[in-house]
Write a protein of this length. Structure first.
Length: 371
């Protein structure tokens, strides 16, 4: 009897261990592919970075319907799989080149067949999550164009990424501009001025990101004769364009913040006051950062935290998103779910977020100086 009980317990323990190992193996696979490069699909995702755009459109059009809520949620889910597909297809065609560069590649340890299978899976998931929006002809056109550019960007012999200025233009269009057009095609067009300004700003953000990436890889691209924009035009010209575009990016965001006052005129007074405070806060930090900068703006993509990083990343991606999300909650409580998910995603429940904040450290220094 005791032997049977012991055998049964041993079997259950072995089964539990097997289940635990299977779960861990599955998580490792999910993290490897969907969680590409330490979950970059969430942190370097055009719609997540420009989530404020989705909320601004709804506020300008005063659309707080269930359809609008589910459309926003659906677009964010679609962006996860579409962005993952874009990253994976690039890694698939870049395996050999990344090996020469000594760069990390998702498929380094995978067979070509398995890699192709994974890429195909995420393409199918992208198409699946596109299905609810199939009634919009513009969505189909923009989504198809995005998929085509994403494939041709790294696929030989076309490899748009090696086409110098044209390649840079197309990658910014694919990764930033087209996702914004996809959003407009589903949520509606908030007027010519706002649409043009939003698109110009998002294009500028994308240009900054990709120029920084190419400038960082300049030496390696020279060695492997990869004809990127920076290699084609030279490091100096590319760097000048990069810092000029950073200033342009700040100007465009400032213009968006100011112009948002116009559709908010008929909104409740607390909303107008809060938006005015947020706008003045951004402009104030910009002036403060400008006074502390010597010859050129700090690189917001540098590892160390800075005011420039706050102006180009933290403010538009987090603060403005949460502000506009709060306005939507005022009119329809269901948008609170997206607000909570954003807080979790951005780590607002981690104390280190506040202790490591560059802006908070600057304020502490200023407070100590004035005491």
């Amino acid at each position: 009897m005791n032997e049977r009980l012991h055998f049964r317990q041993s079997g259950e323990q072995a089964l539990n261990t097997l289940k635990q190992e299977s779960k861990q193996a599955m998580y490792r696979q999910i993290k490897k592919y969907l969680g590409w490069r330490n979950w970059a699909v969430f942190n370097f995702n055009s719609l997540f970075e420009n989530q404020a755009l989705l909320y601004a459109i709804l506020l300008i059009r005063q659309d707080y319907s269930p359809v609008a809520f589910y459309s926003v949620a659906g677009l964010l889910l679609l962006s996860i799989f579409a962005t993952t597909f874009g990253y994976l297809i690039n890694d698939f065609f870049d395996r050999d080149l990344d090996f020469e560069h000594g760069k990390e590649n998702t498929f380094s340890d995978d067979s070509k067949f398995k890699a192709a299978l994974i890429v195909t899976l995420f393409l199918l998931l992208t198409l699946l999550f596109s299905w609810p929006f199939r009634r919009s002809v513009l969505f189909i056109i923009f989504m198809s164009t995005w998929l085509l550019i994403s494939v041709l960007y790294s696929m030989p012999p076309v490899r748009l990424k090696e086409r110098g200025a044209l390649g840079l233009l197309l990658v910014v269009l694919a990764q930033r501009f087209l996702p914004a057009l996809i959003v407009f095609s589903i949520l509606g067009w908030p007027g010519l001025m706002f649409t043009a300004l939003f698109l110009f700003y998002i294009f500028s953000r994308g240009l900054s990101s990709d120029l920084n990436h190419q400038i960082s890889d300049w030496k390696k691209d020279l060695q492997t004769k990869t004809n990127t924009f920076v290699v084609e035009k030279g490091l100096h010209r590319a760097t000048v364009l990069f810092y000029f575009n950073l200033v342009l990016e700040r100007l465009l965001l400032s213009a968006i913040l100011v112009l948002l006052f116009w559709p908010l005129i008929n909104f409740p007074l607390p909303i107008q006051i809060l938006h005015g405070t947020v706008t003045l806060f951004y402009l104030g930090v910009w002036v403060w950062a400008g006074l502390s900068e010597k010859s050129q703006p700090e690189n917001p993509f540098a590892p160390q935290r800075s005011l420039s990083q706050f102006l180009h990343h933290s403010f538009p991606t987090v603060i403005l998103t949460l502000e506009l999300n709060l306005f939507l909650i005022w009119f329809q409580g269901r948008f609170g779910l997206l607000f909570l998910l954003t807080l979790i995603h951005r780590g607002f429940f981690r104390l280190s977020l506040y202790s490591e904040s560059n802006l908070l450290q600057k304020l502490r220094t200023l407070w100590s100086f004035n005491k």
